[in-house]
Design a protein around this ligand. Structure first.
Ligand SMILES: Cc1cc2nc3c(=O)[nH]c(=O)nc-3n(C[C@H](O)[C@H](O)[C@H](O)COP(=O)(O)O)c2cc1C
Length: 147
């Protein structure tokens, strides 16, 4: 079955746990309904989200997300069809920015938009590898723990 994989980056307008919880709750509810899976990296300076699922529903979710006032500067980085999901069974998980990702200085000058597409996709592959055996909320990346 063909899935659409979509990755975008944006800037949060506010980096509070309650905002992240609200976003996660909405994302999980809508994505479970729409058969969409994925992951969201949430940093003070960056949201980076991968969505995967039925093409039409993924495009519709992205159209809603783009208009959401809780972030700005939304930029589409990857949109391609694929035969498989990286995060099957996971309607959405939130991860803090892992320390091997782009630095705040790099983000300030235009990353990840400036990075080659395979490098952007590789972020989620590594995230998946590191977070594979952990629960959706409070799961571990490297040595960092999110509560
Ligand atoms: C960073 C971020 C990530 C989001 N992720 C999703 C998501 O994965 N799926 C989704 O349906 N909505 C997501 N949303 C919420 C949407 O913007 C929107 O509020 C939601 O889809 C409900 O849309 P509706 O109010 O038009 O029904 C996200 C919002 C933000 C700011």
């Amino acid at each position: 079955m063909s899935h659409l994989r979509l990755i975008y980056a944006s800037r949060p307008v506010d980096h509070s746990p309650s905002l992240q919880n609200d976003i996660l709750a909405t994302a999980q509810r809508c994505n479970a309904r729409d058969d969409i899976t994925g992951a969201l990296i949430a940093r003070e300076d960056l949201f980076l989200q991968q969505l995967e699922g039925p093409p039409l529903l993924v495009d519709q979710a992205y159209a809603r997300i783009r208009q959401d006032p809780r972030h700005e500067g939304v930029r589409l980085l990857v949109r391609r069809h694929t035969g498989w999901r990286l995060f099957p069974g996971c309607s959405m998980r939130v991860a803090p920015g892992p320390d091997w990702m782009w630095t705040p200085e790099q983000v300030a000058v235009g990353f990840p938009a400036k990075a080659p597409r395979p490098e952007i996709e590789a972020v989620f592959v590594r995230l998946w590898r590191e977070g594979l055996s952990t629960p959706i909320r409070g799961f571990r990346f490297g040595r960092r723990m999110r509560t």
